[in-house]
Design a protein around this ligand. Sequence first.
Ligand code: ZN
Ligand code: ZN
Length: 282
Amino acid sequence: MGYYTYSNSANPEFFDARTKHGHGKSQMVLSNLDTDTCRSLQFSLQSLFCCSKLVEYFFIAAGYLAFQGSPIMWATIHRAHHRYVDSDLDPHSPQYGFLDAYIGWIARKNYPAHIAPGAQSKDLINDPIYGFLEQKGNIRRGHELSYAINILFRIILFACFGWVPALASLLAGMMVLQIPLMLNVLCHIPRLGYKNYAGIDDSVNVWFVGFLALGEGWHNNHHAFPGSARTGIRFFEFDLSWLTIYAMAKIGLVSKVKAITNDQLLQHRKQPNLCDASVREQ
Ligand SMILES: [Zn+2]
Ligand SMILES: [Zn+2]
């Protein structure tokens, strides 16, 4: 059972993983599910559910093929975002510049001094595939490798299936990348959304990001319960990622799923400033 504290400094090592591949629309949905569905996968020190390496790689590949770069980089930055949310140490808080929050953080050559995969992603750095994609912490080289593999993948698609699937896959990957980049900015601008849970950060639920990101746009819920595989809470907060994880659990692809319970939801809505949450297995 995970135990999470909703504060700037004490959030858990945590991550939203990212997902797999395909053509055109199917890749778009699947890659977006990565960005969200495997909003945790094995990328948490206290993972939100258990799954095989095969399932994990499947979802990670979708994110990678949507130009999201090194999985270790993405995990490390995302964990730092939760740890330092909306402070000056947050790697992408819009409080310190919209452009930097949108694209600047991912374009840096190296990690900021307070962020290091060796310290914050110890659970990932020994994976040989993730280690290779990480390129020894050189973010720029990691991106160059990512672009090369992404282009090679579309060339293979072109050779096997023709230009329509290849171009559709390329455009889908580029569009999917925009969703988490956009989310990082829009879901931390209080006037654009609403909060179910009061807290000390600026995170809000933004309805159209909620739908586009297949769940994580209910971002205030996500920051309040980062240890939960379920992010949609109210009846209109559609959470396809949670439904996917739930369905995968039903057919045995994942197990030991951690998700907030109705009791916990009610308790926290009554005591909105009690910003901690224990998350149970379901
Ligand atoms: Zn997160
Ligand atoms: Zn956030």
